[in-house]
Ligand binder design. Structure first.
Ligand code: ADP
Length: 168
């Protein structure tokens, strides 16, 4: 079946944990859409355009060609309906993700009559506790980001830290 698949998130910024889910789902499906939330309630470091650019940079470096990156705002279920998406992919880390993801999944189902499935890929062991928030915390404190984000975007993150520290 030629399914339309979306992996949505904030990706502020993309981490090695996200990349792991992207690589694994891009092998499972012919084509994958990465959906970058435009309006997330979380405080973002990077603008939506910047987050998209960072993801594209990583995809290019990794030679991943069957993945496209889009931005969307509003309810994810509305986007799913509009674009006729069949499958929603989410990554599942520790127990804390489970509660939240279950709540979101059941709410999504209640919000729409559109038929789609949510599937969860378990985080790989090495990235189980990795999040964009942790990456930002390490970066703010001048820690080594090598194990946590793809090398190709490390300079962009430090550039952002400099701007934040200069109050820009
Ligand atoms: P959101 O704002 O939707 O939580 P994130 O960018 O934090 O967006 O995450 C997007 C998706 O990627 C979520 O399903 C999240 O659980 C998953 N994810 C985040 N970090 C990891 C990781 N280290 N390993 C596996 N999945 C992850």
């Amino acid at each position: 079946m030629n399914s339309k698949v979306i992996y949505p998130g904030s990706f502020d910024p993309i981490t090695k944990g996200h990349l792991d889910i992207i690589k694994r789902s891009s092998k499972l499906f012919d084509e994958l859409i990465i959906g970058v939330f435009i309006n997330s309630s979380k405080k973002q470091w990077f603008t939506t355009d910047e987050r998209v650019e960072l993801i594209k940079k990583v995809l290019e470096k990794e030679g991943i060609t069957n993945v496209k990156v889009v931005q969307f705002s509003g309810l994810l279920v509305d986007y799913i309906k509009k674009e006729n998406i069949d499958i929603l992919v989410r990554g599942l880390r520790a127990v804390s993700d489970y509660e939240y993801e279950l709540q979101v999944t059941l709410t999504n189902e209640a919000l729409t009559t559109k038929q789609f499935e949510t599937i969860f890929l378990t985080a790989s062991r090495e990235y189980l506790y990795l999040s964009s928030s942790i990456v930002k915390e390490i970066a703010l404190n001048d820690g080594d980001l090598k194990g946590f984000v793809p090398n190709v975007i490390i300079p962009d993150i430090y550039e952002k830290v400099k701007m934040i520290k200069n109050g820009k």
